[in-house]
Design a protein around this ligand. Structure first.
Ligand SMILES: Nc1ncnc2c1ncn2[C@@H]1O[C@H](COP(=O)(O)OP(=O)(O)OP(=O)(O)O)[C@@H](O)[C@H]1O
Ligand SMILES: [Mg+2]
Length: 393
């Protein structure tokens, strides 16, 4: 409890853009997020008043950080489960807890659990060497998707492999792997559900996410042309997962839409890129909802604030743009006065997510075009064709 405000103190491990936007939501709840950042210039460390520096796998740093927090939560998956158990054992309230978070940290454990729950996933198999991958490919066909069981994000740790020879550099990495069939996916969907420790759940509309080279570049809410009964079934699946896995906080479920069938791809237990649209596009943003859930406040409404919402990520260009970020921001505001921007306070390095923009409106195609145009202007100073997201990376 903060003695000055008589309101709770939430500690978030990780100082990236998710913590930065969670801090923004915390302010409205009368709070100020306590951040455990690795660097003083991490995006959240630049804006929060109560910043601790330390590595997420340093138990002593975690213990010092947790002291005085009412609840500790995460902006990433990098805190080892044993450290979370040690904190919980010492009386710290941690959400989500280690046993739940395990399924977001370990893709093999996640696949096994989803199999056990009877939820549809791509055909998969743990693999230890080239012979096993080749055997699996003989069943499902080349190419196969090989994934690092732990530590991957933004497509790092995911490889599309079309021959045994292509496996060599991956196997040389020495990390635990699994192989999956390459799903002939029609598109990718995602859904966020929040669950409080009391057990209340609140689920957002199902969205479509567009990925380039394994990185999310656009999110469309609600998912276009998704029949209401399919959307409801996906929301039910997310609620069931959050409940079965005993998640407290947000659960993001990434899905593949394969000609009308839905397969679960991945789980995350924190605010997620596919939920950024909710800051302006939903009655309660995913960041506020995560705070409410981990604090066991009643959850907020997830309803849309407009018929169509589009979010576009701004991935830094491969070559430094002629104009400064500040100049590009001027142009973006001039070109799209209705679009909202969130800059993450990060240096621009090729391909790095440095901001996102959100457009709202009545017509999904127009809203999408506005968000994309704004993201292009912010990325490289021009909205012209051929400079679009992903084209240069
Ligand atoms: N089995 C598959 N078949 C086809 N495409 C796939 C498959 N697995 C992954 N992909 C593609 O690669 C992307 C990244 O995969 P995945 O979500 O497993 O990796 P990640 O790097 O952990 O992602 P994140 O950044 O969301 O944590 C997916 O969004 C999808 O576009
Ligand atoms: Mg993913």
């Amino acid at each position: 409890m903060d003695s000055r405000t008589s309101l709770p103190v939430v500690g978030m491990v990780g100082g990236g853009q998710l913590a930065r936007m969670s801090h923004q939501a915390a302010i409205a709840l009368g709070q100020s997020l306590r951040i455990l950042a690795t660097e003083p210039d991490d995006g959240a460390a630049l804006v929060a008043a109560d910043v601790h520096l330390g590595a997420p796998d340093d138990l002593e740093a975690l213990r010092r950080f947790a002291k005085g927090c009412d609840v500790v939560t995460f902006d990433h998956e990098h805190v080892p489960g044993d450290h979370i158990r040690a904190l919980a054992g010492a009386g710290v309230m941690v959400h989500p807890h280690a046993d739940a978070l395990h399924y977001a940290q370990d893709k093999r454990a996640m696949r096994e659990r989803l199999d056990a729950l009877g939820m549809a996933v791509p055909r998969w198999q743990p693999v230890a060497g080239a012979a096993e991958v080749a055997g699996f490919a003989a069943e499902v066909g080349w190419p196969v998707v090989v994934k690092a069981v732990r530590g991957g994000y933004d497509g790092r740790g995911v490889w599309v492999v079309d021959s045994p020879a292509a496996l060599e550099p991956i196997l040389a990495g020495g990390v635990e792997l699994l192989a999956e069939e390459r799903v002939p996916l029609h598109r990718e969907l995602a859904v966020q559900v929040a669950r409080s420790s009391y057990g209340q759940v609140a689920v957002y509309p199902v969205v479509e996410s567009v990925q380039h080279h394994g990185v999310c570049v656009e999110v469309l809410a609600p998912a276009p042309l998704l029949p209401a009964e399919r959307a409801a079934a996906i929301q039910q699946l997310a609620i069931r997962l959050a409940t079965e896995l005993d998640v407290v906080g947000l659960l993001a479920v990434e899905l593949f839409d394969v000609s009308g069938r839905v397969l679960v791809n991945e789980l995350a237990m924190r605010p997620h890129n596919t939920g950024h649209w909710s800051i302006e596009g939903a009655r309660t943003s995913q960041f506020e909802q995560h705070l409410r859930a981990v604090l066991d406040y009643p959850l907020g409404e997830c309803t849309l604030t407009a018929p169509a919402v589009a979010m576009a990520n701004v991935l830094a260009a491969d070559r430094a743009p002629a104009q400064s970020l500040d100049e590009r921001l001027h142009h973006m505001f001039a070109a799209e006065p209705g679009v909202k921007v969130h800059l993450y306070g990060k240096r621009e390095r090729p391909g790095r997510k440095v901001a996102h923009v959100t457009a709202l409106g009545d017509d999904p195609a127009q809203v999408r075009a506005r968000a994309l145009r704004a993201a292009r202007v912010l990325r490289d100073g021009t909205s012209g064709e051929g400079t679009g997201q992903g084209s240069g990376s």
